[in-house]
Ligand binder design. Structure first.
Ligand code: NAD
Ligand code: LMR
Length: 327
């Protein structure tokens, strides 16, 4: 059966948009039996650049691509969408933390949150623009007042999950597919906790396979926490191909059923699990049934893990206080 999805992408003329749109339009995300329409949102000065992106999408002659809507109006962009990928926001430069963007980018998510009232009843939202968790909190707050359930909102942590898997696979000398149960806890920031203690390699505890506790508790965590900054240092611009790829992975994971012996990481609305303040957008290990995702309960946390999780929780509470007037 052929189905159809409509996807909104904000910041569609930006770096991530450029890497993401062909993946969505080609069928790589929703599969060969799903027709795709794209609603592209940009700020007014970027509309000429967006025209060029639309020309290129036309020139790809994607058989599954139906309609393209290009607009500078959020209410038009979100009309009837099943997925909204909120990418449009300023990226950080060298020497900045993602949280430094909060006062500049946060207000974007107030109007967009409200405009999500126009979306389809089953809309799911992935916030990519940084600081992703707190921007997601802002969008979710305004959209839920307009009737969109908070559980539909996710902040992207998949890039961190992918980075962590790649590091563990390389250290263990295995392919990335051998690494499962990679939980990232907390904020998409330098305080995030990539949890090697619960990760598995070929179904065995990662700590047993790698064995190098000091590396796992120090270098590994720092590499993952600082990977975004390392890419900016090397490239002069923030990650784009890997970020777009992570957004694709996230949507695919949420559209399918997660294996019973695995999980994925996503910033979701905390319900108080693991003692995390309810109402924050916090990254947990989650499982999807293809429509809804839920926090995996009962993951064991050591004192070391709890200390790391407290630190990232404290940062998210601080970010929430900084945007109190936007909530
Ligand atoms: P970019 O500057 O290349 O593109 C951003 C685009 O957003 C621009 O075209 C800009 O015109 C547009 N934009 C700005 N305000 C907008 C608004 N109100 N409505 C619609 N569009 C708007 O940046 P990029 O490299 O594509 O990164 C986008 C965001 O994603 C940044 O905040 C970056 O830090 C973040 N990011 C997050 C992750 C993650 O893992 N969560 C990974 C990489 C990048
Ligand atoms: C990343 O993790 O690569 C993005 O959040 C961009 C950044 O600012 O690091």
């Amino acid at each position: 059966m052929v189905r159809a999805v409509r996807v909104a992408i904000t910041g569609a003329a930006g770096q991530i948009g450029y890497a993401l749109l062909p993946r969505l339009a080609s069928g790589a995300v929703f599969g060969p039996d799903t027709r795709v329409s794209l609603n592209l949102l940009e700020i007014t000065p970027a509309l000429p650049a967006l025209d060029g992106v639309v020309m290129e999408l036309d020139d790809c002659a994607f058989p599954l691509l139906d309609e393209i809507v290009a607009t500078d109006k959020p209410e038009v962009a979100f009309e009837g969408v099943n997925w909204a990928l909120l990418v449009g926001a300023k990226p950080r430069g060298k020497g900045m933390e993602r949280g430094d963007l909060i006062r500049e980018n946060g207000p974007i998510f107030v109007g967009q949150g409200k405009a999500l009232a126009r979306a389809a009843d089953d809309v799911r939202v992935l916030v990519v623009g940084n600081p992703a968790n707190t921007n997601c909190l802002i969008a979710m707050t305004h959209a839920s007042r307009a009737g969109v359930p908070g559980e539909r909102f996710h902040a992207m942590m998949r890039l961190d999950q992918n980075r962590a898997k790649a590091q563990l696979a390389s250290k263990a000398g295995v392919g990335v597919a051998a690494v499962t149960n990679m939980a990232i806890w907390g904020n998409h920031s330098a305080t995030q906790f990539p949890d090697a203690e619960n990760a598995r390699i070929n179904q065995k505890p990662c700590t047993e396979v790698i064995g190098h506790v000091s590396w796992l508790q120090n270098e590994f965590i720092q590499i993952v926490q600082q990977r975004g900054a390392a890419v900016i240092e090397a490239r002069g611009q923030s990650s784009a191909a890997s970020a777009a790829n992570a957004a694709v992975d996230h949507v695919i994971s949420m559209e399918s059923e997660t294996a019973a012996d695995d999980w994925v990481s996503a910033g979701v609305l905390s319900d108080g699990s693991y003692g995390i303040e309810a109402g924050l957008i916090f990254s947990f290990p989650v499982r999807s049934d293809g429509k809804r995702c839920s926090i995996v309960e009962g993951v064991e946390l050591s004192d070391f893990a709890r200390e790391k999780i407290e630190a990232t929780l404290a940062e998210l509470k601080e970010e929430k206080a900084v945007v109190a007037d936007l909530l």
